[in-house]
Design a protein around this ligand. Structure first.
Ligand code: KG4
Ligand code: ZN
Length: 341
């Protein structure tokens, strides 16, 4: 008499992922096929390449998730799939696979919001209920603040007006000649750098709006590292120490803004709990500063574990909550590429 299990599928961006999760939120298997290598030489995700890679990866990934979980297709109680937001072609691959399985197995289909799932990942490791809370999802594609009233009611209360924080990390890394995706590399070389060596802009930090903007800091990095267009002087050579100092200062500026906005949102909505997810939440300096925020302001901070920070299907466990509420999708449900909630 084993607990019920569901299969969750994720293909919103450049990771093809599948996971089997039981109704007690135990992750029996979580398989992720990354496409980093395919996109590396373009310095960013190429949508057409991403959808083609999903197409060849999706069935092997689902197969492997089932095999590792030691459950069979017939054991599944439901099929969950991330339907928004993301790249339209990428999302469609996961959704089509999920619909097919739901139809053939005659099991409920659950449509999951990828960003909500990033926040729910925090609940998966928490010992107590973390909601109500404010939530920050900070990744290569998103920098979004939420007021989370309950486990499944998330209201988008702020986001970036241009680039996502992760994208700002990735673009800066490219300028410094570091590999893609650049966030972890900036973080690594920053350990040897001085965070006060350069003064990068902290856009909107004093602004009352819960909004982010990272295009200014990116431009600032370009001018400082590679020189101003039309400038008479050549930029200083990018020595190892200069790269480290630039990285540390850049990282500090982004982290300053993220921390300030989390604090501001918590105050605005009167929340004493903060949950943080998405790829950038893997950043060590950001984690240290979140610890400080928790100490200083008495806000309970829950950060998604590393394995659930970057894109994965295990966070699709939120589907169990949706199922409990009878939130089952029709088989004609479509993908929603843009972020609406
Ligand atoms: O959530 P995720 O895997 O994919 C998206 O949905 O975007 O996030 C990937 C992003 C990339 O921009 C990557 O550079 C960034 O997260 N990232 C980091 C770190 N690890 C990953 N940024 C800063 N520091 C890190 N340690
Ligand atoms: Zn994501």
């Amino acid at each position: 008499n084993q607990p019920e299990v569901l299969l969750a599928i994720e293909s919103s961006c450049d990771e093809t992922a599948a996971a089997v999760i039981d109704c007690d939120l135990n992750v029996l298997s979580s398989v992720i096929a990354t496409q980093d290598e395919l996109h590396q030489r373009f310095g960013g995700v190429v949508p057409e390449i991403a959808s083609r890679a999903h197409l060849s990866n999706i069935l092997p990934v689902i197969d492997e998730a089932l095999r590792k979980s030691e459950r069979k297709l017939e054991d599944l109680s439901a099929i969950a799939v991330m339907t928004q937001p993301g790249l339209v072609g990428s999302l469609l691959v996961g959704l089509t696979a999920a619909k097919t399985l739901a139809l053939v197995l005659n099991k409920p289909l659950v449509a999951v919001n990828h960003i909500h799932a990033h926040l729910y990942a925090c609940q998966m490791i928490a010992e107590e209920e973390i909601f109500p809370a404010v939530g920050l999802v900070v990744s290569g594609g998103h920098t979004n603040l939420y007021d989370c009233r309950s486990t499944t009611e998330y209201e988008l209360v702020g986001s970036t007006i241009d680039d996502a924080a992760g994208e700002a990390f990735d673009k800066a890394a490219a300028m410094l000649g570091l590999p893609y995706p650049g966030g972890p590399h900036i973080a690594r070389v920053a350990q040897q750098g001085n965070p006060k060596a350069f003064r990068f802009p902290r856009t909107f930090i004093k602004d009352e709006r819960l909004a982010f903007s990272f295009s200014g800091i990116k431009t600032s990095m370009r001018y400082t590292a590679l020189g101003q267009p039309g400038a008479r002087e050549e930029p200083l050579p990018l020595t190892e120490q200069r790269i480290a100092d630039l990285s540390a200062s850049y990282q500090e500026a982004i982290v300053d803004v993220l921390i300030a906005k989390c604090h501001q949102a918590a105050k605005k909505f009167g929340r004493k709990s903060l949950c943080v997810g998405g790829g950038v939440a893997a950043n060590q300096r950001f984690r240290e500063r979140l610890d400080e925020l928790q100490e200083r302001e008495g806000i309970q901070v829950t950060i998604a574990p590393m394995s659930l920070c970057t894109d994965n299907a295990a966070m699709g466990a939120i589907a169990w909550e949706l199922l409990k509420q009878g939130d089952i999708a029709d088989l004609d449900v479509d993908v929603t590429p843009g972020l609406v909630r």
